[in-house]
Design a protein around this ligand. Structure first.
Ligand code: NDP
Length: 283
């Protein structure tokens, strides 16, 4: 943090598009609640301008940033270093300025694990992850680093699913296996945590994740990454079968909490952030 009284610290989010960013609303509320005269800007950056945008980030002395689609992988070549998780995932969603160096972090998976840890410890748990995209990858790596015992990756495209399983087995050193997703997937007996990490349900309250919902047991914790709307069919069906559920808002709030702490070195008020998000999403 700068000691200057005259200059506002700037954190930015680069993506395409970034209009109507709930993270901006949430983080700016948290800056105000913490008494910090900081700003969080959303900047639309086209892929061909990413290198210039990062040079501008350096030149203008921005303190930190978030990256969103489509820059999470492409930004790596413009940074000076990566955290362990970002290196394993091969994706960066958060920039931390350390002196004059820009270090890439990934807070998506950490946000999920933090949210999960509020209800159960991941240690020793048998996990099924539906999906193998960016969110699934971040969650799987972070769960692997948090000591789960086994991860089953279920994905429609075999190539993406197998690639994630190979990463988990070979680099994260966690027992992982792949299941091809055809028709309604039946969750294996003995599974502790089931996570929808696909985009099914995003902006569509009636979209159904193709699952044999009767394979869910009341002992299973069922989580969704979808935060808008947060009450998905996936979670409703799970709750009807007696499962404890976790919505995607917790993950979004917690990745914001983690980013805030990285940039400012201050612990934000997570309740203020959750309330801001609910207000923004009109829940
Ligand atoms: P990606 O596009 O990288 O991955 C999407 C995944 O969903 C892939 O595995 C894809 O399978 C699968 N998928 C999509 N449609 C279907 C379908 N009809 N049937 C089966 N599988 C399907 O997206 P991300 O991983 O970046 O994001 C996923 C979701 O996570 C988004 O909705 C995003 O908003 C949310 N998210 C939430 C966060 C939070 O804080 N709560 C943080 C980050 C993301 P295939 O490989 O076969 O195409």
């Amino acid at each position: 943090m700068s000691n200057s009284d005259s200059l506002q610290e700037i954190v930015c989010c680069m993506g395409q598009p970034v209009a109507g960013n709930p993270t901006q609303f949430m983080i700016e509320r948290a800056f105000a609640a913490a008494g910090l005269d900081w700003r969080y800007l959303t900047l639309e950056v086209a892929p061909e301008h990413l290198a210039d945008a990062i040079r501008g980030f350096r030149a203008m002395g921005f303190t930190g940033g978030n990256l969103t689609i489509p820059h999470k992988v492409a930004v790596i070549q413009h940074l000076d270093g990566l955290s362990e998780a970002a290196e394993l995932m091969g994706a960066v969603n958060c920039i931390n300025r350390v002196g004059d160096k820009l270090i890439g972090e990934n807070t998506d998976g950490k946000g999920f694990v933090q949210s999960l840890s509020e209800v159960t410890s991941p240690e020793g748990k048998k996990v099924t992850i539906l999906g193998a995209g960016g969110a699934a990858r971040a969650i799987a790596v972070e769960l692997g680093l948090s000591g789960v015992s086994e991860i089953a990756v279920v994905n429609r495209s075999a190539e993406r699913g197998q690639e994630l399983v190979n990463l988990l087995n070979e680099r994260v050193k966690i027992a992982a296996k792949f299941a091809l997703w055809e028709g309604k997937y039946a969750v294996e007996e003995g599974t502790d945590i089931v996570i929808n990490a696909t985009s099914i349900g995003l902006g569509n309250a009636t979209a159904r994740v193709p699952l044999d919902y009767d394979s869910l047991r009341p002992t299973m914790l069922v989580a969704d990454v979808i935060f808008n709307p947060p009450q998905t069919v996936f979670l409703t069906e799970a709750a009807q079968r007696g499962c404890k559920t976790l919505d995607g808002l917790g993950m979004l709030v917690n990745q914001g909490v983690i980013g805030f702490k990285i940039w400012t070195d201050v612990d934000p008020d997570a309740n203020v952030m959750r309330e801001a998000l609910e207000e923004y999403l009109e829940l």
